[in-house]
Design a protein around this ligand. Structure first.
Ligand SMILES: [Zn+2]
Ligand SMILES: [Zn+2]
Length: 348
């Protein structure tokens, strides 16, 4: 089968981007596109013919060595495809079934976190496209308990971003403990937020939703997708917000969103790494029962619930399509912030 393989970590060469990791080789094409053996499904696994796989910013973290994974590795954790072979002890799917695979590839099921419904924090969390080979390939194997039915009649390329950008964003929305009528603020409006706003619009019809983004293009998109107010992060919205989700890579957004939170408000930060420091003043940002929480990974119920919503409500996902052969171009463009919407590899 054809696959895009990460053999060694490298800094992805992007025009105008300063060199950050001099100890790593600088590569325009960090992934090796080559033929490799098609894997065989073992016990409790299925072989999936990949139709589409989303390209996530985490894949860049993996390539550049900020997230520790196995090597060599086939990245990719936003997969939609068809089951073409089933391993032993698999009865819940048959050949031809269409499934999705997400970042959560396998958990131990017995640790403290797994037992408390926090399998996203499992001490032995195995991530797809990191500890297990992922979907930048024509085929991949997945554990049957970690695949999902996907809505019928929707193009795989449009579904793939739901598996991570969508699912993690949906988890962030759940963690805000939002209820209908509360005012929600979204900071940053990229791959994840443009899905979250559509879900929030549906689940909380009487809530006002404010979107904070500098990009005029993202501001337009936010208005089209139902934002009640759109502005720059420095602008003041009509009223204080009760719930906020921060999707931005900059530390300053945490302070800014807390400033705009009403007493008792809650902020969820949906970012792995902040590129600039987070400076908070207790009285200005946290006093009066304001809360901050971060979101890490996803649970299977996050993915299932989001796919269930997507089966009932059409979610308009903005896509930029690439071929598997152009996987390097996709990661380069994502790193350079040149992708409009979500980058997705169309494979089969
Ligand atoms: Zn991801
Ligand atoms: Zn566990």
């Amino acid at each position: 089968m054809k696959a895009a393989i990460l053999v060694e970590h490298a800094e992805i060469e992007v025009e105008g981007s300063p060199r950050r990791y001099p100890h790593l080789p600088l590569k325009k094409n960090p992934l090796l596109i080559t033929n490799t053996e098609t894997p065989l499904p073992g016990e409790g696994q299925v072989l999936v013919e990949v139709e589409a796989c989303g390209v996530c910013y985490t894949d860049i973290d993996i390539i550049e060595g900020r997230v520790q994974c196995k090597l060599p590795l086939i990245p990719g954790h936003q997969v939609v495809g068809r089951v073409v072979e089933v391993g032993t002890s698999v009865s819940s799917v048959v050949r031809g079934d269409r499934v999705g695979v997400a970042w959560i590839g396998k958990t131990c099921g017995v640790c403290n976190y797994c037992r408390r419904g926090l399998e996203n924090l499992c001490v032995d969390f195995k991530a797809t496209g990191c500890h297990l080979d992922g979907g930048y390939a024509e085929y991949m194997v997945a554990y049957i308990d970690y695949v999902y039915r996907v809505p019928r009649g929707v193009d795989a390329v449009k579904l793939a971003p739901l598996m991570c950008a969508g699912a993690v964003g949906y988890r962030a929305l759940k963690l805000t403990e939002m209820t209908d009528g509360l005012r929600l603020g979204l900071f940053g409006f990229g791959a994840s937020a443009h899905i979250v706003i559509q879900v929030a619009r549906r689940l909380y019809p009487s809530s006002e939703i404010y979107v904070f983004t500098r990009s005029p293009e993202h501001q337009d998109l936010a208005r089209r997708l139902g934002a009640d107010w759109v502005g720059n992060p420095g602008e003041n919205p009509p009223r204080l917000i009760d719930r906020a989700i921060d999707f931005t890579p900059v530390g300053e957004t945490i302070a800014r969103s807390l400033e705009l939170l009403a007493p008792g408000g809650k902020l969820v930060v949906n970012v792995i790494r902040k590129q600039t420091p987070v400076d908070l003043l207790y009285e200005k940002h946290l006093w009066l029962e304001r809360e901050v929480k971060t979101v890490a990974n996803v649970t299977r119920s996050d993915v299932k619930e989001l796919l269930d919503i997507a089966g009932r409500v059409p979610i308009d996902v903005k896509i930029e399509e690439y071929r598997l052969d152009d996987a390097n171009e996709a990661v380069r463009n994502l790193k350079a912030a040149r992708v409009k919407g979500s980058a997705v590899l169309r494979i089969a």
